[in-house]
Design a protein around this ligand. Structure first.
Ligand SMILES: *Cc1c(COP(=O)(O)O)cnc(C)c1O
Length: 393
């Protein structure tokens, strides 16, 4: 059996919809993108949603819209996808890494305050793997120090904290529709905000700085070009992607329901495996399960980890992953300890143990296959192999 780590959930809806822009000839940011934005905004309960080419470009737009640039500092978790850090570099600002908590894989709020200086302007809170960060505390800190908050909610579709959807706590939230995420449009992203001023600025920035969109000009019948008030970007989504997004939104509840059922079944089935720690979180959180990420503990107490201990367990995790691979089961490490990656390690002279929990998460996590169309047979096979691969030498 060959079981991928994830798989986009497409059916006849996508087959049919993607051809419609091709036939009409309106292929960029047209009526499908607009419908996608409307459906998305309504699901997450936000005023404005802007489709973009990716979550990375949405994050870049967010930083530019907040006027972040050289001499500014941006706090980000040290365990996240590298794009969170890269966008900070792209605007010329400096990323300040903050370690994470090993149970949630999200930013350790108790470590934020000591990082803040006069130059700090933004906290990028990452809602990793579909679990909201401790957003209420992050917002409190941001208010206290007059900082803006951007949520990197690339993985956060249908992740909730209390009554609120991820991405709606901060000033701006950014989502991804890459194939590894719960909803997929090929590449693609969404930026959301409730702020009128930011909304207007972002609409222009993503469209070369144009004061009016093509659609609006087309509707008004104007042949004159619009005014340009910003040196903007072209981060517009195509209407083929928008057409996919509309279908994905229409079956979003089905996708999420199926993923959550599988996640629950993993929780149950893996209980008896004491070398794997399954995702845990308190009742106010609704997990979006972008991926199902466990901690490989090798049945050891992970409360007092040292770099040496992490390195020893890491070797065993890698052997375990290799064995699963040879049985046709794809797994991945959760994501990266960004401070250990070449560019950041060198530029800021960082050591692995500077952010030890992030280092542990990098070396000890294992994401299991999870996608809505996963069959019972596939699921049972994964669980049986997880059990047997740990026993054999
Ligand atoms: C996937 C991901 C991104 C990048 O999203 P793209 O749409 O591929 O640009 C950024 N941050 C996090 C936390 C991610 O998981």
């Amino acid at each position: 059996m060959n079981i991928p780590i994830s798989k986009p959930y497409f059916d006849e809806c996508e087959d049919e919809n993607i051809l419609k822009p091709l036939h009409s000839g309106w292929v960029v940011q047209g009526k499908f993108v607009q419908e996608f934005q409307t459906l998305f905004a309504s699901h997450v309960e936000v005023k404005y949603a802007h489709a973009t080419t990716s979550c990375t470009t949405a994050l870049h737009l967010a930083l530019v819209a907040l006027d972040i640039g050289a001499d500014d500092e941006v706090i980000i978790p040290s365990f996240t996808y590298i794009a969170t850090a890269n966008v900070v570099e792209h605007v010329g600002a400096k990323p300040l890494f903050c370690d994470i908590e090993l149970d949630s894989f999200n930013m350790d709020v108790s470590k934020i305050e000591t990082l803040i200086t006069k130059k700090t302007k933004v906290i990028i809170a990452v809602n990793l793997f579909g679990l909201c960060a401790n957003l209420e505390e992050i917002i409190k800190l941001a208010k206290k120090y007059n900082l803006k908050v951007i949520e990197d909610s690339a993985c956060g579709f249908d992740a909730w904290l209390g009554q609120k959807h991820s991405g709606t706590f901060g000033d701006i939230g950014c989502f991804s529709f890459h194939p590894r995420k719960s909803l997929c449009t090929g590449e693609g992203g969404m930026l959301i905000t409730n702020d009128d001023e930011l909304n207007s600025k972002i609409a222009q920035l993503k469209d070369h700085g144009a004061s009016k969109s093509d659609m609006l000009r087309h509707k008004e019948g104007g042949s004159l070009l619009p005014e340009f008030n910003f040196a903007g970007f072209n981060y517009r989504m195509t209407d083929m992607q928008g057409a996919l997004g509309v279908c994905q939104m229409k079956k979003a509840s089905e996708i999420m329901c199926k993923k959550r059922i599988l996640a629950k079944r993993y929780d149950e089935a893996l209980k008896e495996l004491n070398f794997l720690q399954v995702p845990t979180f308190s009742v106010e959180y609704v997990h979006g399960y972008q991926s199902y990420v466990c901690l490989f503990t090798d049945s050891q107490d992970v409360r007092n980890l040292t770099k040496e201990k992490i390195d020893i367990i890491n070797i065993k995790r890698n052997i375990f992953m290799k064995k699963l691979e040879s049985c046709g089961i794809a797994t991945r490490q959760g994501t990266h300890a960004v401070h250990t990656l070449g560019f950041y390690k060198e530029k800021y002279d960082l050591k692995s143990e500077d952010f030890l929990m992030s280092y542990a998460a990098d070396r000890l996590t294992i994401a299991l296959p999870l996608y809505p169309q996963m069959s019972d047979e596939e699921f049972d096979y994964v669980v049986s192999q997880l059990k047997s691969c740990s026993n054999s030498e």
